[in-house]
Design a protein around this ligand. Structure first.
Ligand SMILES: [Cu+2]
Length: 667
């Protein structure tokens, strides 16, 4: 059978034994490690008979709280992969001096920096942000769940499916070698004939469906599901930033889907949208991908800004300073974020007038951002500040992000950017704002809302260990890159000739090792907190003396969130309720309508992985069958109409009274 090349091609497409990188020692070792780890985890789940529990309580759950947690678990797993790529890059650049080529051959190094960028943005930062918004927003606005619970489950599985497609490229075939935005013509079929760019395209297209739909879901939720009395200007700031973020997602992600679809047509159908010849225009791709790309960075940072606003007010024991200006600053940043994309390629040569326009719009963004910073500082001013772990991340953010913002304004000056474009100064800048802004924000948010999700606080000792190793590690890792960049050292190089540069790379590698210890300390913190959960338990549901509605529920909240929909009278709704002498209702409960769990989301996720694999390897029968199966599954889901049920009033009474007793210390 295999002697017939046509039949072989029909069955396996362009997949051959050579597609397995068994000649790459690093990948073979990684594969063995992942295989052993995977078997161990699967074995443990089987031994402790956890599959049923995982399937029923988590994988098929349409509860926003559980989906939020699953998004964050996904992002933490992908952080391990994305960071191991970072460690490899730092080690390679620190070692490849004095005639040594290091341990990563250039074609492997190119895949590593491409995968690092793609994974950190799409499969670490995005799921972390989406997870936090998913968990917090419905609780903050007094809603039972998001507008479309099933869609929420489906969105999560599409994001996970995209991550799995990217991970498969590690062991079958190879990943793109183009950089994280796959600029043509390098990403075209002429210069990248292998499967790498196709893994990139399908991984992002599948995950992009999930992101776009969760954007639609959260916009609808915030606009339509707020508790009575919660007018727009009474919404918590985190919810405001979530609203703006999801409006940006809905506006920007279709651009990414479209530009990748055009690139796919160039690769699969031989069109010439982005080719060098036959009327193609690679710069059109670069414009389109940054029309998505720059709003993307604000999609990531705005929720972090929201976290900091909640944390600063809570741990300063004061109402947030300048609520209205905070909201207006968020909206202005959202609008401006759509008007700056060309600063990513001032060097395209589009002339002084165009560059000046985009340079100025970029610099203007620092004004509303600065306003936010002053509002946070004025909130702390004369506050009774408690330096719990969330507050530590917030203060570190204020210092670190300000530095990153300043270097951003430098890069917004076209003449300066002509010198610094694609240098290590740029690398230091965007890591400065993404690590110092987005990641510090997400870590603050996780430490802040973890007790709400699980009923116990995270262990503060390991929390502070993680914090200090991350912060100090960050400065060691990236400050040398600012210096190297000013000296003209270029990004994406796997080795350098000038031995005097080595010391900077060694210091940067040391920083990366410290960050690795920070990540390990966080994992230890999770394990230690789980072991010490009784000691760290919070029965009040309000461990930090919070101000917004999520702190009015028990921890973890019941699946229906609120037995009776709260009535909101002012900003900081829970603080306001507490100051009015809030008494927990003990009667008047009615049956609660709830949607039921469903397996359709995970099934569609699995089918989309198989479909993408077929498209990547040109196994057309597989792509056709799985595509049909996805259509049939979706239609089948519409027939499963008995999807809702009611929690009887008696059960609500029982749950709520139990909580009342707990709060009264009667149990
Ligand atoms: Cu930008």
């Amino acid at each position: 059978m295999f002697s017939n090349p046509d039949l072989y091609k029909f069955i396996f497409g362009r997949l051959t034994l050579d597609s397995i990188p068994y000649h790459e020692p690093i990948l073979v070792i990684t594969f063995i490690g992942v295989a052993i780890g995977g078997i161990a985890v699967l074995g443990l789940l089987t031994y402790f008979r956890l599959w049923g529990y995982l399937w029923k309580e988590w994988f098929t759950s349409i509860d926003h709280k559980k989906i939020g947690v699953m998004y964050i678990v996904l992002s933490l797993i992908m952080l391990l992969r994305g960071f191991s790529d970072a460690l490899m890059m730092r080690a390679q650049q620190a070692l490849a001096f004095n005639g040594s080529d290091g341990f990563l051959p250039p074609h492997h190094y190119d895949q590593v920096f491409t995968a690092h960028g793609v994974i950190m943005i799409f499969f670490v930062a995005m799921p972390m942000v989406t997870g936090l918004m998913n968990f917090v927003v419905p609780l903050q606005i007094g809603a039972r769940d998001v507008s479309f619970p099933f869609l929420n489950n489906f969105s999560f599985w599409m994001t996970t499916a995209g991550a799995i497609i990217i991970m498969i490229s590690l062991f079958i075939g190879e990943f793109a070698k183009t950089g994280w935005l796959a600029y043509p013509p390098l990403s075209g079929i002429a210069y990248s004939p292998d499967v790498g760019v196709d893994y990139y395209i399908w991984g992002l297209q599948v995950a992009g469906i999930g992101t776009l739909l969760s954007g639609v879901n959260l916009v609808a939720t915030i606009v339509k599901m707020r508790a009575p009395g919660m007018t727009m200007m009474k919404m918590p700031v985190f919810t405001w930033t979530a609203l703006c973020t999801n409006v940006l997602i809905v506006a920007a992600f279709p651009v990414l889907t479209a530009v990748l679809a055009l690139l796919s047509l160039d690769r699969y159908a031989g069109t010439n949208f982005f080719t060098n010849d036959l009327g193609g225009n690679p710069m059109m791709y670069i414009n389109l991908i940054w029309i998505w790309g720059h709003p993307e960075v604000y999609i990531l940072i705005l929720p972090a800004f929201g976290v900091f606003s909640e944390v600063v007010a809570t741990f300063s024991g004061k109402r947030l300073f300048g609520y209205a200006s905070m909201v207006y600053a968020t909206v202005v940043i959202t609008i401006l974020s759509y008007l700056v994309w060309l600063h990513h390629f001032f060097t395209m040569g589009s002339g002084a007038s165009v560059n000046s326009f985009f340079g100025i719009t970029t610099m203007i963004i620092s004004i509303p951002t600065g306003a936010k910073l002053f509002n946070w500082l004025f909130t702390m001013y004369r506050g009774r500040i408690r330096y719990e772990v969330p507050m530590l991340w917030t203060v570190a953010f204020m210092v670190t992000f300000t530095i990153g913002g300043m270097t951003g304004v430098m890069l917004a000056v076209p003449p300066a950017d002509f010198v610094l474009h694609n240098s290590l100064f740029l690398i230091a800048h965007f890591h400065n704002v993404i690590i110092g802004g987005v990641l510090f924000g997400m870590f603050a948010g996780i430490a802040y809302w973890f007790p709400k999700a699980f009923g116990f606080k995270l262990d503060p000792f390991w929390g502070k260990m993680s914090f200090w190793f991350w912060v100090v590690g960050f400065y060691f890792a990236f400050m040398p890159l600012y210096v190297l960049g000013l000296m003209g050292v270029t990004r994406r190089m796997s080795q350098f000739d000038d031995p005097s540069l080595q010391i900077y790379f060694v210091v940067a590698a040391l920083g990366a090792v410290m960050i690795a210890i920070g990540i390990a300390s966080f994992i230890i913190q999770l394990v230690v907190s789980f072991i010490k959960r009784e000691e760290l338990r919070d029965v009040t549901g309000d461990p930090w003396n919070g101000r917004t509605l999520e702190w009015s529920t028990s921890s973890p909240p019941p699946e229906y969130n609120f037995a009776l929909t709260p009535i909101v009278h002012d900003n900081d709704a829970w603080w306001d309720m507490k100051s009015r002498g809030y008494v927990r209702p003990t009667e008047g409960f009615i049956p609660i309508h709830m949607p039921k769990s469903t397996g359709t989301g995970i099934i569609l996720g699995v089918l989309s992985i198989a479909f993408a694999f077929g498209m990547i390897w040109y196994i057309w029968w597989l792509a056709a069958i799985t595509f049909a199966a996805m259509i049939i599954t979706t239609i089948g889901h519409t027939f499963n109409y008995k999807r809702d049920f009611h929690i009887p009033a008696e059960e609500v009474v029982k749950t709520e009274n139990e909580r009342t007793k707990l709060l009264a210390g009667q149990v």
